[in-house]
Design a protein around this ligand. Structure first.
Ligand code: SF4
Length: 477
C-alpha cells in the first residue's frame, strides 16, 4: 500500500511520524494532509537511504535541485559530487535529469547515496533507448518507468497532460514548447499521428507507481518559455488535463504533485498558483522558478528566485531551483551551490511571509548575533556559513576581529551599530528587546542552517562530509 492508501486507512506510518517530527506537526495532521492529497511523502519502498520528508502547502516550503549529466559533460563521480553538494547546501529533493552515458549506474548510485527523495524524467531514458523520440513505443515507455520504479526512484515527472488538441494552441508562441519532455512528446504525436502515450497509458503507469509507491510529478510540458507566452491558452488547457489526471491517480491510490511554470511576470505568479490549486483540488504545486524577466541570462537564479518567493508566498509547496547556468550550460558544483542558496532564501522568505511557525526565529537570532558583534555566531547562523566567514575574512582575517565592534564595510569610525550601542549605553535610548530563544523554537529544528528544512539533515550532511569518498567506478565500467 502507498502512503496515500495507508493514510486513507487511518494508519500513521513510520514515514509520517518522521515527517511530523521534522516539521513539528501533529502526526494526525500529517496523516490527514496525505490522505486528502494535499501533501505527498515521496518514499519509494526500495529507497533504503531515504530520510522521509513531506511536500505540501501546509508545511515548510521545499527546494529541489536538478542534477544529471548530458552527452557533453559529467561522469558518475561528477554526478555524485553534485548530489553531495546539493544535499550539503540544503536540497530537500534532487532530480537526476541525466541524458548522457551511464544512466543506470548514475541513477542507482544516486538512489543508494541520497538521503533525500530522488526524482527522474523517464522519457529521457526512453529517447536514449529508442534512438529518436518518434521511435518510442508504449511498451518501451512502460518498461523504462517500471525499471526506474524498481531502482528506487521516489517521484517521476510524467508529461501526460500534453494532448494532440493542445499543440495548435502553441502556434503563436514566441518560444514554442520549451519543456524537454513536452517537445519530445509533441514530436512523437506529430510523427505517429497518435495521442500522447503517457496519457493513453496513464492508468497502467498508476499501477506501476502504486506497486512501488512512486509519486507522480505531473509535468507541465507546455509551460511558457518566456514572459510573452505566460498564462496562455496552451498552458491552461494542459493544466485542466493535469487536474483530470490528478484525480485519476488518486483513484488508484497514488500520490500526486503538479509541476508549474516557467517564465511568468511577477503580477501573474499568484494567480497561477491559485489557479493550479483550484484546478488540481489542492494537490501540491511544484514550480520551476518562475523567472519574472527574460533579460538576465547568467543571473537566472536571481530572476527565478524572485518569482519562486512570490509562488511560495501564494501557496506553492516546492520550488525547483534554477542555477546561474540556466539557458547557457550544464550546471557544475559551484552553480548548484549558487542556485540552492538563492532558492533556500526564496523558500525561507516565503515561510516568513506566510507566518510559518518558528520561521522568523532564525532571522531574529542572526540579527541579535549581528548586533552583538558575535561574528562566529553570525557565521554559524548564516544560510551559507562558509561564504559569510570567507567574505568577512577577506579584509579582517585575524582572530582579534572575531569580537570587533565593526567590519570593513563602514569601518571603525562609521559603524552605525557601534554608534547606536554606545548611545544606548550612555542612556540616550531605550533598551533593545530580549534575546530570541532559538534553541526553544521550531526554527532550531526546521530552519536553522545548515539543516535546511530537515532536523535530521544536519547529521546526514555531516556524515556525508565525513564519510563520503568518490567512487572508483566510472560509467565506462
Ligand atoms: S561596520 Fe557597518 S556593516 Fe560592519 S558591523 Fe558596523 S554597521 Fe554593520
Amino acid at each position: 500500500m502507498t502512503q496515500l492508501e495507508r493514510a486513507r486507512a487511518d494508519e500513521v506510518t513510520e514515514a509520517m511520524e518522521r515527517v511530523a517530527e521534522r516539521e513539528k506537526e501533529d502526526t494526525e495532521f500529517v496523516r490527514a494532509q496525505v490522505a486528502d492529497g494535499q501533501a505527498v511523502i515521496p518514499a519509494n519502498d526500495h529507497h533504503d537511504a531515504l530520510d522521509p520528508m513531506i511536500i505540501g502547502r501546509e508545511f515548510s516550503t521545499k527546494v529541489n535541485a536538478n542534477i544529471g549529466n548530458s552527452d557533453e559533460t559529467s561522469d558518475l563521480e561528477g554526478e555524485l559530487r553534485k548530489l553531495h553538494t546539493a544535499v550539503h547546501y540544503g536540497a530537500d529533493t534532487v532530480m537526476d535529469l541525466s541524458t548522457g552515458e551511464g544512466l543506470d549506474p548514475i541513477r542507482e548510485a544516486n538512489v543508494e547515496h541520497s538521503p533525500v527523495p530522488v526524482g527522474t524524467v523517464p522519457i529521457y531514458e526512453a529517447v536514449k533507448r529508442a534512438g529518436s523520440p518518434e521511435e518510442i513505443t508504449h511498451e518501451l515507455l512502460l518498461d523504462v518507468i517500471e525499471k526506474q520504479a524498481e531502482q528506487g526512484v521516489d517521484y517521476m515527472t510524467i508529461h501526460a497532460g500534453v494532448l494532440m488538441e493542445h499543440l495548435p494552441l502553441t502556434d503563436g508562441r514566441k518560444t514554442g514548447i520549451v519543456s524537454r519532455g513536452g517537445s519530445l512528446l509533441a514530436k512523437w504525436m506529430e510523427e505517429n499521428g497518435m495521442e500522447n502515450p503517457l496519457y493513453t497509458k496513464f492508468e497502467e503507469i498508476c499501477e506501476i507507481f502504486r506497486e512501488h509507491d512512486v509519486t507522480f510529478s505531473l509535468g507541465d510540458g507546455l509551460r511558457p518559455g518566456c514572459l510573452a507566452d505566460a498564462s496562455d491558452e496552451a498552458q491552461f488547457a494542459e493544466l485542466e488535463t493535469l487536474g483530470e489526471l490528478t484525480r485519476t491517480a488518486w483513484d488508484h491510490g497514488v500520490q500526486v504533485m503538479v509541476e508549474g511554470p516557467g517564465h511568468v511576470p511577477m503580477d501573474q505568479v499568484a494567480d497561477n498558483v491559485e489557479r493550479q490549486q483550484d484546478v488540481c483540488d489542492g494537490a501540491p504545486f511544484y514550480v520551476l522558478g518562475p523567472l519574472v524577466t527574460d533579460v538576465a541570462p547568467g543571473y537566472d537564479h536571481i530572476t527565478s528566485a524572485i518569482g519562486a518567493t512570490e509562488a511560495g508566498r501564494a501557496g506553492a509547496a516546492m520550488l525547483c531551483y534554477v542555477t546561474p547556468k540556466e539557458h547557457l550550460g550544464l550546471p557544475e558544483e559551484e552553480d548548484v551551490r549558487e542556485g540552492l542558496a538563492a532558492y533556500r532564501i526564496a523558500a525561507h522568505a516565503a515561510d516568513v511571509a506566510n507566518g510559518r511557525e518558528g520561521a522568523r526565529d532564525w532571522d531574529d537570532a542572526l540579527s541579535e548575533a549581528r548586533y552583538a558583534f558575535d561574528w562566529n555566531e553570525q557565521f554559524d547562523l548564516a544560510l551559507d556559513p562558509e561564504r559569510a566567514r570567507s567574505y568577512h575574512d577577506q579584509t579582517l582575517p585575524g582572530d582579534n576581529y572575531r569580537e570587533a565592534r565593526f567590519c570593513s564595510m563602514c569601518g571603525v569610525e562609521f559603524c552605525s551599530m557601534r554608534i547606536d550601542q554606545d548611545a544606548r549605553e550612555a542612556g540616550e535610548m531605550s533598551d533593545i528587546a530580549d534575546e530570541t530563544d532559538l534553541a526553544g523554537s521550531v526554527a532550531a529544528e526546521v530552519n536553522r542552517p545548515p539543516t535546511g528544512t530537515h532536523d535530521g539533515g544536519r547529521a546526514i550532511r555531516e556524515a556525508i562530509d565525513d564519510q563520503w569518498e568518490p567512487p572508483e567506478q566510472s560509467v565506462d565500467d
